[in-house]
Write a protein that binds this ligand. Structure first.
Ligand code: FMN
Length: 170
């Protein structure tokens, strides 16, 4: 079941104007809410941007990626706890936010909606537009909507190239 949604998901860069029914949006957000996070801190806030004026303002802040303003909803994944560093030396917040947003994108795909990860944006501009406090970071944006056009599927490296067993092998 999960693999079905994983296979279905692809970046959508063209959206219909059609509104997302509230119960569908809530289901997508619920998938993010249930995501795991380091020490279960859930140091996140998801801004659901519906207002057209704000969505249009996000376009230049996203380096003129027009489809960001086309989608009826843009979710901004914000990290509220930037200080937590795990014993492995890694900050947990980008990982936590990525898992939650990925849960949402897979739930959206399973419901017939499209999403696209957006990492190409100006942090300061997006924070200003969405009123994000100084000590919070926007990790990624994610337009959500019904796809107008689907691009061609992207390829992936074969398992034989990316998996090794027992010890690291190049
Ligand atoms: C962290 C991250 C940031 C990304 N930023 C952008 C972006 O700013 N604009 C965009 O069009 N796609 C962006 N993408 C989408 C990738 O280009 C896309 O996922 C990749 O090419 C694989 O294609 P697929 O999503 O259709 O499978 C981003 C993806 C990730 C995971």
């Amino acid at each position: 079941m999960v693999l079905e949604a994983i296979k279905k998901r692809q970046s959508v860069r063209s959206y219909r104007e059609k509104e997302i029914p509230e119960e569908v949006l809530q289901q997508i957000l619920e998938a993010g809410r249930l995501a795991p996070s380091a020490s279960n801190q859930q140091g996140w806030k998801f801004i659901v941007v519906k207002e057209e004026i704000l969505r249009k303002k996000l376009v230049p802040a996203c380096k003129n990626q027009k489809f960001v303003g086309e989608a009826p909803v843009v979710i901004a994944g914000c990290a509220t706890n930037l200080d937590h560093i795990m014993s492995n030396g890694e900050h947990s917040y980008p990982i936590d936010l990525a898992i939650a947003l990925d849960h949402m994108s897979l739930e959206a795909a399973s419901l017939g909606l499209g999403t696209c990860w957006i990492g190409a944006f100006y942090q300061d501009q997006v924070k200003e537009i969405l009123g994000v406090p100084e000590d919070v970071r926007v990790v990624a944006l994610m337009p959500v909507g019904y796809p107008k056009e689907l691009g061609s599927k992207t390829g992936r490296k074969p398992l034989s190239e990316i998996v090794c067993y027992n010890k690291y092998r190049t």
